[in-house]
Design a protein around this ligand. Structure first.
Ligand code: AMP
Length: 192
């Protein structure tokens, strides 16, 4: 069983990669963005609270996000392993995840970081907006999400780099090649 995080700017293809990588390791891919979208669709109290932040491209407050993740990690399929997509995004969330795992006597094994040039990201996201109609894929909101990734999430990458568990993967190119490279990097980390 593996406990892995996948990180990457909006539009880096991390959601797609997460599904394939998680399948390989036999763990659920847990995307906080997808969880929020499901809550928003179902108009739950949490969904209504998160919806406004998402529509503006802002982060949903840490305590709301962490509470939602804690509940999801309690599901049986996540008992021994998971691939987290989109969490942690802030330094506060790193600490919250450490605590959630410490209670379970578990540790993170690897953090995958997908890198994609900025100009490619915007193009990919505008295409996704057309294909999937995500309501936070407008140009202004996309710019804000890219900016937040640069400003807030870089600190998360640095923290995991310092811990020695960050694996950086080139995220442009063929989907299959990226998946293969990511799986190989995680397997190497698990074996060491
Ligand atoms: P994503 O699908 O990962 O791009 O997430 C879509 C939106 O959900 C983000 O723009 C945030 O508003 C919200 N979101 C997802 N994950 C988090 C998180 N870890 N912390 C705060 N907000 C989040």
């Amino acid at each position: 069983m593996a406990r892995i995080i996948i990180m990457g700017p909006p539009g880096s293809g991390k959601g797609t990669q997460a599904v394939h990588i998680a399948r390989h390791f036999g763990v659920p891919a847990i995307s906080t963005g997808d969880l929020f979208r499901a809550h928003a669709r179902d108009k739950t109290a949490l969904g209504l609270e998160a919806g406004g932040y998402m529509d503006r491209g802002e982060f949903v407050p840490d305590h709301v996000t962490t509470h939602m993740l804690k509940q999801r990690l309690e599901d049986v399929d996540a008992a021994n392993g998971f691939l987290l997509d989109g969490y942690p995004r802030t330094v506060i969330q790193i600490g919250a995840l450490d605590e959630l795992l410490a209670v379970r006597g578990q540790a993170l094994e690897a953090v995958l970081a997908l890198t994609v040039p900025d100009e490619e990201l915007l193009a990919r996201m505008l295409l996704r907006a057309k294909e999937q109609g995500r309501r936070d894929d407008t140009e202004d909101v996309i710019q804000r999400r890219l900016e937040l990734y640069r400003d807030e999430t870089q600190a998360v990458l640095s923290a995991y780099l310092q811990r020695g568990i960050l694996l950086t993967i080139e995220g442009s190119g063929e989907r299959e090649n990226i998946t293969t490279a990511a799986i190989a990097a995680v397997e190497k980390a698990l074996a060491s």
